[in-house]
Design a protein around this ligand. Structure first.
Ligand code: ATP
Ligand code: MG
Length: 262
């Protein structure tokens, strides 16, 4: 049995009368790419905010490695191994790519608030920063101000910033948002490499159905705050409720496109 690394139990979040997340129970297996899909307003980002401790649930539980982390705030979940991205690009535009990643490495170091650090710590952070920039394909842009990088590179840099904290679980909220279509496969390959090489777990919110179907081990479909369906990509693609409620003809159309002419 694969180990469950992250789990929610009957998670709810109400905004006034609106139940943005309405009784969601999900189990994420360690080492998996687990995607959360659903139409706009389905509650995906709110669910992420609950997982990462950005907001508190109205009721229900979040467990990380069996430990109840429901009430841990964002900075604490980051320290126990959960790294998250935001739907909107989130970096320091007036710092270089290098500085952005090094800050992330340093923030997670043990002596992060002490001024007097042995010089070898800085070397360690610098080495790690170089390695991470190489991993996300930005080594040559290390000295460039983050705000002046092309959008696709900014999204790669965000991955680098998350990796700076050396998380076990990456929560990625639409990492390809705003990217040109031709850049999407590269970023997804990068995410797969990060997951496989570092044996990390990825929870992914993504609108691009081709991407989701090809990259995911498991998919949870959300609709109006609830889980509509869960399964492997093949199961989700074949699920009639999902087809009528969300996927519509989209995925089928894509399959036909790929079918060689008879
Ligand atoms: N802070 C908030 N206060 C009030 N309502 C909110 C708040 N955050 C989200 N909502 C509402 O909760 C519902 C779920 O929003 P959420 O952002 O989680 O959806 P989503 O699935 O991420 O959508 P999208 O695909 O557009 O990113 C929406 O109706 C949204 O308007
Ligand atoms: Mg969202």
């Amino acid at each position: 049995m694969p180990e469950t690394i992250l789990e929610t139990r009957d998670l709810r979040k109400a905004f006034g009368a609106l139940l943005a997340v309405d009784g969601v129970s999900v189990q994420v297996q360690a080492g998996a790419i687990h995607s959360i899909i659903g139409p706009n307003g389905a509650g995906k980002t709110t669910f992420f905010n609950l997982l990462s401790g950005n907001i508190r649930p109205t009721s229900g539980q979040v467990l990380y490695k069996g430990r109840d982390i429901t009430k841990l705030p964002l900075y604490r979940t980051a320290h126990i191994g959960m790294g998250r991205s935001f739907q909107i690009t989130n970096l320091f535009p007036n710092l270089t790519a290098f500085e952005n990643v090094r800050l992330a490495c340093q923030a997670m170091g043990r002596n992060n608030f002490s001024f007097w650090q042995p010089a070898r710590h800085f070397t360690r952070y610098t080495d790690r920063t170089v390695a991470i920039l190489e991993q996300v394909g930005l080594a040559e842009r290390a000295g460039q101000l983050a705000g002046t990088l092309p959008h696709g590179d900014q999204r790669k840099l965000e991955l680098g910033i998350i990796l700076g904290a050396d998380p076990e679980v990456l929560l990625l909220d639409e990492p390809t948002a705003g990217m040109a279509a031709e850049q999407v496969p590269e970023l997804m390959t990068l995410i797969q490499q990060i997951q496989q090489q570092g044996s990390k777990t990825v929870v992914l919110v993504e609108h691009n159905m081709n991407v989701v179907m090809s990259i995911s081990d498991r998919i949870t479909v959300m609709h109006q705050g609830q889980v509509l369906a869960e399964g492997t990509p093949a199961e989700i693609a074949a699920n009639e409720t999902v087809q009528s409620a969300y996927l519509g003809g989209l995925y089928e159309l894509d399959q036909q496109d790929r079918e060689p002419a008879a």
